[in-house]
Ligand binder design. Structure first.
Ligand code: SF4
Length: 456
């Protein structure tokens, strides 16, 4: 099959060309039930959307081209990450509004499906049974519409990983806690078949998956193919990540006898060589989130793949806010443990961190895993007697609870009251739309390179 590489010039024609060059609609029937699966995993209006979520511009273009083909039965489906903020709306609906996809759907009379609401169908992925949104299985033509981004756990998040959004909330968590994230992503893509993958590369994201740590760049590229493996191999190569190092791609290649040899992939359109980047994918969460505020003594070592997106996203937001509210403070030796891991998986050595005096067990997984370890291991390892332990319960804990716990445990009483008062007013201001939170690095999104109209 062919992978097309086309420069996106803002016109519908460039998207049309990308689909034509890879023969993307060859198997599409005008009476088919078509499902579009964008990456709309999480979008709050305060967060820059660039490179994090699929643009409504590309979603709209795909709908226009489907209508040109005579398709009438078109839906857009997504299951957003839940539990981050105390939002009143369901998260998926909130996400569709945040990217402008709801307005596109309304304009063309397209059905929006919140996968989180079900119904689900059980799918056996070997040792793990998962619940998959029936809408993703009961479709004649699935258009997988990811964004061009790196990911701190799986190195890239393209077509393969985008389908994780078709799972129930519980099954998404299971993917992480099973310890087989890459393998399950590979198997899921056998259970749900993408008929066409279109990678939205108007923007690309370094140190993804979100823009608290991640840095977006303008790319103006569309990568498309009916072959999801080849499309992801080309996408990873363009991001500067060796596809052989992406575990779920490697497992897929081994299982189904696919080749990583990029020269054997038929490509049409742009030459791939000048498009190749060298983007970073890995990072230490605490260093990225707290160093800009010059906060020291607060450590949150990367727990690896056991961390779900909900816990990760909430903690990233909480640390960013906490750092911003307490600049230049030194907390001595405080450690946050989260997910099922108990220490750093890469980068810093344990020796670089002092022994903690205060430990936060963030999320039910961390609480369960450390408590059961404590029962099994004499002497209370890894919670040493000298460690004061705080539990932040929840699966995942909410942002408000996390901020409250950190503030109460780490600040003096007068400072705590002041910080809580100001922060509460800011959170109310955000909710009312009268206060706009800014974090270091977000200034760059004010430049012309980043066009808000791609999300309206
Ligand atoms: S506590 Fe966090 S990491 Fe554990 S299952 Fe819940 S969301 Fe996932």
């Amino acid at each position: 099959m062919t992978v097309s590489l086309v420069r996106f010039d803002g016109s519908l024609d460039s998207l049309r060309r990308a689909i034509q060059l890879c023969h993307g609609f060859e198997k599409l029937g005008r009476n088919d039930r078509v499902l579009i699966k964008p990456n709309n995993c999480f979008r709050h209006r305060i967060m820059p959307p660039y490179g994090m979520v699929t643009t409504s511009k590309i979603v709209e273009g795909v709908i226009q081209l489907l209508l040109e083909c005579g398709c009438q039965d078109i839906s857009i489906g997504e299951g957003a990450i839940t539990g981050i903020l105390d939002e009143l709306d369901p998260y998926t609906k909130h996400g569709f509004r945040g990217t402008g996809i709801d307005r596109v759907a309304e304009k063309y009379g397209i059905r929006l499906i919140d996968f989180n609401q079900g119904p689900f169908q059980e799918v056996d992925l070997g040792e793990v049974k998962v619940q998959v949104a029936r809408a993703a299985l009961d479709t004649d033509f699935l258009i997988n519409l990811p964004v061009l981004k790196t990911h701190f756990q799986t190195k890239v998040s393209l077509g393969f990983k985008n389908l994780k959004g078709c799972l129930s909330e519980g099954s998404r968590k299971r993917f992480h806690t099973s310890g087989r994230l890459d393998s399950l992503i590979c198997l899921l893509n056998q259970a749900i078949r993408s008929d066409l993958v279109i990678i939205d590369g108007i923007y690309m994201l370094e140190k993804g998956p979100e823009t608290l740590v991640g840095v977006a760049h303008r790319k103006d590229l569309i990568i498309a193919s009916p072959d999801i493996f080849e499309c992801d191999v080309v996408g990873a190569t363009i991001l500067g990540i060796d596809p052989l190092q992406v575990d779920y791609l490697r497992e897929f290649a081994q299982r189904y006898g696919r080749s990583f040899d990029i020269s054997s992939i038929e490509m049409a359109g742009e030459d791939i060589e000048p498009l190749k980047e060298r983007l970073e994918w890995g990072f230490e969460p605490d260093q990225e989130l707290l160093t800009p505020a010059k906060v020291t003594g607060l450590f949150a070592p990367d727990p690896g793949q056991s961390l779900c997106s909900a816990c990760g996203a909430t903690l990233a937001l909480a640390l960013s806010i906490f750092g911003k509210d307490n600049p230049k403070m030194d907390f001595g030796a405080v450690e946050l443990r989260y997910g099922l891991g108990s220490g750093p998986k890469r980068g810093r050595e344990d020796g670089a961190r002092p022994s903690p005096t205060k430990v936060f067990l963030y999320g039910d997984c961390a609480i369960r895993s450390h408590m059961s370890l404590q029962r099994k291991v004499k002497g209370g390892i890894p919670l040493r007697p000298s460690e004061e332990v705080f539990l932040i319960e929840g699966c995942s804990p909410t942002l408000n609870r996390t901020l409250l716990m950190l503030t109460k445990a780490l600040l003096s009483k007068p400072r705590m009251l002041r910080v809580l008062l100001v922060r509460t007013m800011k959170l109310i201001g955000i909710r009312l739309g009268i206060y706009r939170e800014m974090f270091p690095g977000w200034e760059r999104y004010r430049s012309k390179e980043f066009d808000q109209s791609h999300f309206s």
